[in-house]
Design a protein around this ligand. Structure first.
Ligand code: AMP
Length: 213
């Protein structure tokens, strides 16, 4: 355990010396476990965890203008329009220029969002998208997971079956194809999201270590 942490620290130092910030995207349908993995991996590697869903919900809780606006979409289970989401995310990225890396959880979800991310990384010389972990899982498993999560998280968009189904439909119709461009084919790593949390995090960790090395 200590050995692994030291190894990761060592790789970091080498990477920091020679390279730019690392950008890792966790991509997949709602309920596939992106958030859980993003927390584990960001802690392990000292990366920033950016979840657009978490940021929106924080604004909703604080009743900011952005929160009020976003809630109109989130409560219906549909995507918040790109211009709102990209502006918010770009503002967040600018708070982390000194970070070793960023794990994106739930972003990008549209082609415009990919372009916007690439644009902001280029504009501020922050590196490029290094890896896209693509989570695959059967639909019935995620519906059960989301409804179960809703019982403890009290997230309205997790408790109502109609909203849950709408979010999955939105993913199937709007989001799932966004990486079809050939340009990304070497950056995508597919993973089986029905495996255990531990197995998935070890798999992700190994791939990040390969990247850093
Ligand atoms: P999540 O926590 O990732 O499941 O996101 C919850 C809700 O926030 C989604 O159903 C969308 O309404 C909204 N949302 C989160 N991320 C995005 C995004 N990248 N683009 C548009 N809407 C988003």
């Amino acid at each position: 355990m200590i050995k692994t942490s030291f190894f990761i620290f060592f790789l970091h130092e080498i990477h920091n010396f020679y390279c730019l910030m690392i950008h890792i995207i966790l991509f997949g349908p709602p309920g596939c476990g992106k958030g859980t993995q993003a927390k584990i991996i960001s802690n392990k590697f000292g990366f920033i965890h950016l979840s657009t869903g978490v940021i929106f919900r924080d604004h909703m809780k604080r009743k900011t203008n952005l929160g009020k606006l976003a809630s109109c979409y989130i409560n219906k289970g549909i995507l918040v329009p790109d211009f709102i989401t990209t502006n918010m995310l770009n503002t967040e990225i600018q708070k982390h220029f000194k970070a070793r890396g960023i794990i994106y959880d739930g972003y990008p979800r549209t082609i415009n969002q990919i372009y916007s991310l690439e644009e902001v990384l280029t504009k501020f010389c922050l590196g490029k998208i290094n890896i896209i972990f693509y989570f695959f899982i059967q639909k019935n498993l995620i519906i059960n997971r989301l409804l179960k999560r809703g019982r403890t998280s009290h997230r309205d968009d997790d408790t109502d079956i109609i909203t849950v189904q709408r979010r999955i439909k939105e993913y199937d119709e709007e989001t799932s194809m966004i990486w079809n461009n050939h340009k990304y084919k070497d950056n995508i790593i597919r993973l089986n999201a029905s495996l255990s949390v531990d197995k998935i995090s070890i798999f992700i960790e190994k791939n990040i270590i390969n990247l850093l090395y």
